[in-house]
Ligand binder design. Structure first.
Ligand code: ZN
Length: 259
């Protein structure tokens, strides 16, 4: 009886003090319930599975300059390099192993619908105001999945630019919307694979240059026809459903960005 009272008093004491409460929580086994996805094991080079795929989607924006992280479920050197860069960007120990710290950061960054903290389905689903993710060459599910991939890269780009807001002026476009805005006939926008971005605190050249370090294989900005008021970024190299060659294509001649 006495002991029980003491225990209760201690718990109450711990809860009353924020610092003490944190210490109590930290001592308990990690049981992170994430509304989107919860990883159940550490991931490193050589591992494979859907948990690797889920990780790849979220670190794709941390590929080294000109490289891409293939979303294939195989944790290879490209994925390890991206995990390292992600860890460095968020002040974590940079070892290329996705463990508790890396997953905690990802949980912190992801919303329950699996989009990253600063971008939303609504923002990417422009479609000239129609919305709904259909009317493109892929199914709505595939298009939406591409949009999530795009958003994680944008989240990385945003971080790379010093956590300053980026605005998406055009994301997914269905066929009629793409025609209406004069988009290329095989535009990555049709696939949910592209975003046109602007910023109030970063110049278009700063965005164009930074995009090279965040997994975008397509970048079009200032100096490229029709791109003086936004920067277009996309993931054309990962797109095997279009009829384009999967090559990096960067053109923002006024910013010294080309490839
Ligand atoms: Zn565009």
């Amino acid at each position: 009886m006495r002991q029980k009272t003491l225990k209760r008093a201690l718990v109450a004491f711990a809860l009353a003090l924020p610092g003490a409460a944190i210490a109590t929580v930290a001592a308990a086994p990690a049981a992170h319930a994430d509304g989107c996805y919860t990883w159940k094991r550490d991931l490193y080079q050589g591992r494979s599975g859907d948990d690797v795929r889920q990780l790849q989607i979220r670190v794709a924006g941390w590929a080294a300059r000109g490289a891409i992280v293939r979303i294939d479920g195989d944790f290879g050197p490209e994925t390890a390099a991206a995990v390292k860069r992600f860890q460095t960007a968020y002040g974590l120990r940079s070892d290329g192993i996705a463990g508790k710290q890396t997953f905690s950061k990802l949980y912190q960054l992801q919303d329950n619908d699996c989009t990253p903290a600063h971008f939303s389905y609504r923002e990417l689903d422009g479609g000239c105001g129609k919305g709904g993710w259909s009317g493109g060459p892929l199914s709505a599910t595939e298009t939406k999945a591409n949009a999530v991939h795009t958003m994680w890269k944008l989240e990385a780009l945003r971080r790379g630019l010093g956590d300053k807001p980026l605005y998406v002026t055009s994301g997914f476009r269905d066929e009629s919307c793409n025609k209406q805005v004069g988009g290329a006939s095989n535009s990555q926008h049709l696939y949910g694979n592209a975003a046109d971005v602007t910023s109030q605190s970063r110049s278009l050249c700063e965005i164009s240059r930074a995009s090279r370090d965040h997994g975008f294989s397509g970048i079009y900005g200032p100096g490229y026809p029709g791109h003086d008021d936004h920067v277009h970024v996309d993931s054309r190299r990962e797109n095997n459903r279009d009829n384009l060659t999967n090559r990096t294509s960067w053109a923002a001649p006024d910013c010294g960005v080309s490839r």
